[in-house]
Ligand binder design. Structure first.
Ligand code: ACO
Length: 325
């Protein structure tokens, strides 16, 4: 049976760096508070010409180059995002245009911070039905556009960026071994971003015309650790793989304390858990593919290494997936 393999990775980040010191001048906060509570030192913020689709296309181009695949060979583009440039067309269609991927069909997928995981799992299902397919799986966000820059509870946490993988069919035992995706919509209020109400005010009469991310941080924290641990454990049990056999775990990068707590619960040493939340903050669906690209380009992954991804986000949505590199 052929499974999805990742033949190339890429990432793209805006040029502008926003430091904790910069934030001290914008809201009542401190470098000490942000660093100790979140582990975040800097994040990237998009400027003109660095919208979600541009970042997504730039990351995609690098993944294609690494895989030696021409954009014209692509069959499908899926972008995990909650911050597309437009509601219609999708970010994926704009990427298709930008890359001139004329044969590819394209669509977005909204699973918040779990968007890349959901998209990768979907790509694997397509590959299992046709291993010759070439699929660009992207996580891309410009959360700076949907953060309330006066709300210190959220504005210090998020950043912009994109990561991409070129996925195709592999031979033998390598590739996507298993995934577990979950959701619980009953908890939506704990972390949400309303759509703009548009022209029919009767639908939501009391809401902002330009809504921002709202979050009950402590509750989200508690659920995130438990949910990701559960998803990883289910995938390990389903595959018979022991946690100590994992070469690398790439968790969603939201908060260093969530990541450390997860590692502790799973009994993983710090060197097996990839962290870059200090540099980029929480880029939602983009955190895992950006981190994967960094790890890959740094030579941290060798053929047959076992790599686990896990994520948690608004919805709630969460999950884990295991690959043999
Ligand atoms: N600077 C200074 N003080 C702040 C800031 C800030 N930026 N933000 C909040 N505070 C204050 C609060 O107002 C509160 O003050 P009070 O006690 O006077 O009311 C105090 O700090 C403590 O607030 P808590 O919310 O209890 O702080 P906590 O230790 O829980 O840390 C944090 C807050 C960082 C948001 C944490 O709860 C967290 O990381 N939660 C998960 C958030 C997350 O990861 N969300 C995204 C996951 S899903 C996704 O990626 C979309």
């Amino acid at each position: 049976m052929s499974r999805a393999i990742i033949a190339g990775t890429g990432s793209a980040l805006p040029d502008r760096v926003l430091t904790n010191r910069d934030l001290e001048r914008m809201v009542e906060t401190s470098d000490e508070w942000i660093t100790s509570r979140t582990g975040i030192n800097t994040r990237r913020i998009s400027g003109a010409g660095e919208g979600t689709s541009r970042l997504a296309a730039a990351a995609g181009r690098k993944a294609l180059a690494m895989a030696g695949v021409d954009p014209g060979e692509l069959d499908m583009i899926v972008v995990g995002t909650i911050t597309p440039d437009m509601t219609m067309p999708s970010c994926a269609c704009l990427v298709q245009k930008e890359l001139k991927a004329v044969r590819a069909f394209a669509f977005d997928l909204n699973a918040a911070c779990s968007g890349f995981l959901y998209a990768l799992d979907l790509a694997d299902k397509y590959i299992r039905s046709d291993p010759s397919l070439k699929i660009l799986v992207i996580g891309a966000e410009t959360l700076s556009s949907r953060v309330d820059w006066q709300d210190r509870n959220t504005c210090v946490l998020f950043g912009d960026g994109a990561g991409a993988c070129l996925v195709t069919g592999g031979a033998g035992e390598r590739g996507y071994l298993a995934g577990k995706l979950m959701a619980d919509g009953s908890l939506w209020e704990l972390l949400h971003l309303e759509a703009a109400p548009g022209h029919n005010r009767d639908l939501r009469p009391n809401h902002d015309s330009s809504p921002s991310i709202r979050m009950q941080g402590r509750e989200v924290f508690r659920h995130a650790v438990r949910a990701m641990e559960d998803a990883v454990t289910r995938v390990l049990n389903a595959t018979g793989v022991k946690a100590e056999s994992l070469r690398l775990v790439i968790p969603h990068q939201a908060n260093i304390r969530i990541i450390k707590s997860l590692a502790e619960h799973l009994g993983l040493p710090p060197e097996k858990v990839y962290v870059n939340v200090d540099k980029y903050g929480n880029t939602s669906a983009a955190t895992i593919p950006i981190a994967l690209d960094e790890a890959n380009r740094a030579g941290l992954l060798a053929p047959d290494d076992l790599v686990m991804f896990c994520a948690f986000g608004g919805g709630f949505t969460w999950g884990a997936s295991l690959l043999k590199w």
